[in-house]
Design a protein around this ligand. Structure first.
Ligand SMILES: [Ca+2]
Length: 394
């Protein structure tokens, strides 16, 4: 089975390189993404950009996985997941997909595969893959979803597991690879906040799991089968492309004197810089296009002073050293420059003056828009301006 997916992965890799020049919006963004490629220390960095780093605890160790590194738990280890991803992203949205690669060398006994700890006790988000009776449990409030048994041929084999709950529309399901093996309805609920979120069983549990995990992800939506197949194939794990754009993709209020920066792909020797004011032009640009700003060894690019309030688009293609000089086209990123000024509502300003000509010629006329024409030009009518006592405007 894994060999089959490895073959598909290679096919998708080629496909992604071909598609990358038109952006990689094909996949939803995880709200938490732990690739488990860190390899040392106890921090498992979050690659979602949301800063939800996880922490290895107990006997958890770094090992090789499906994609780069992975984490092995030997029965007395676990990963402390950041509970904020649940409380801040999942609870308000009430729909999620929780995914991970999982390799279980021995299916016997009872295992806590993942779980949340609720302030008032009880279970809402917990799984046993499997429990000691061989059943796979996916516990949500009042419902255990344990109609499926572990299959002997799955033991010792990597598989991608996806646990979903749409607590608004009331269904939950889980997949092993791209196959649904549980699908139930009537599970509408209010997701409770949690005090901890754990992969494996933490020190307060028995039933620790002996298993290897890789590429753990949280999404605040329901992944489709097509999404799952692409993720399994590593389609959104392409290495070699530029990442971590500065300014961030979609940033607003960016200063006019901006220096672009990015993290280089792991193979890159140089970088092709593309920059312009039209998404499609930047997306489709080649080294012959006006959007091409040059090939350079540095991972920063200083721009000329930009226009207030304008949206800009940029792309970094990573280029290998000769002789192969392979190019990894990047996504198109965008940002918008700060506006020239910020309107302040007249009702937030109090104006006073030493005097005024008539009751309808007070200082408030200077800021309330009186007499402005459609081009923003001022009127010369005295009744539409502030006039000091007994004097005419010159
Ligand atoms: Ca990994």
């Amino acid at each position: 089975m894994f060999k089959k997916w490895l073959e598909i992965k290679i096919c998708f890799f080629v496909l992604v390189v071909g598609l990358a020049s038109v952006g990689q919006a094909r996949f939803p963004d995880p709200v938490g993404w732990w690739k488990l490629d860190d390899g040392a220390g106890t921090t498992a960095a979050d690659s979602s950009g949301n800063g939800y780093d996880a922490t290895l605890d107990g006997d958890a160790t770094w090992v090789d996985g499906v994609f780069g590194g992975a984490v092995h738990l030997s029965g007395a280890g676990w990963i402390d997941m950041p509970v904020e991803v649940w409380n801040e992203k999942v609870v308000p949205n009430a729909t999620y997909s929780f995914c991970f690669w999982y390799n279980l060398p021995d299916a016997g006994g009872a295992k806590v595969t993942f779980g949340s700890v609720l302030a008032g006790g009880g279970r809402h988000f917990q799984s046993h893959v499997p429990w000691s009776n061989g059943r796979i449990f996916y516990d949500t409030t009042g419902h255990r979803g344990n109609d499926q048994f572990w299959q002997a041929e799955w033991t010792g084999e990597w598989a991608f597991w996806i646990f979903q709950h749409d607590a608004i529309n009331g269904w939950k399901r889980y997949y092993r690879n791209d196959e649904i093996i549980h699908d139930s309805t009537g599970q509408a609920a209010t997701l409770p906040e949690a005090t901890a979120l754990v992969v494996g069983a933490n020190g307060t549990h028995g039933n620790g799991v002996i298993a290897t995990y890789d590429d753990i992800r949280f999404y605040d939506l329901s992944l489709t089968v097509e999404d799952i197949q692409g993720i399994m194939a590593g389609e959104d794990l392409v290495e070699g492309v530029a990442e971590n754009p500065v300014p961030e993709d979609g940033a607003t209020d960016v200063v006019r004197d901006t220096i672009l920066a990015w993290s280089p792909g792991i193979y890159a020797a140089t970088h092709d810089v593309y920059f312009g004011t039209d998404f499609n032009d930047v997306s489709e640009a080649t080294t012959a296009s006006p959007e091409f700003k040059g090939n350079q060894p540095d991972t920063t690019y200083a721009l000329d002073r930009l226009e207030f309030g304008r949206a800009y688009y940029w792309r970094i293609d990573e280029v290998n050293a000769p002789p192969d000089s392979t190019v990894y086209p990047g996504s198109v990123w965008s940002f918008t420059v700060e506006p020239e000024g910020y309107p302040v509502s007249a009702d937030r300003i109090t104006l006073t003056a030493s005097g005024q000509g008539n009751a309808n010629e007070g200082p408030e006329k200077a800021i309330d828009g009186s007499g402005l024409d459609e081009d923003g030009k001022h009127s010369q009518e005295i009744s539409e301006m502030w006039r000091s006592a007994d004097s005419e405007p010159g």
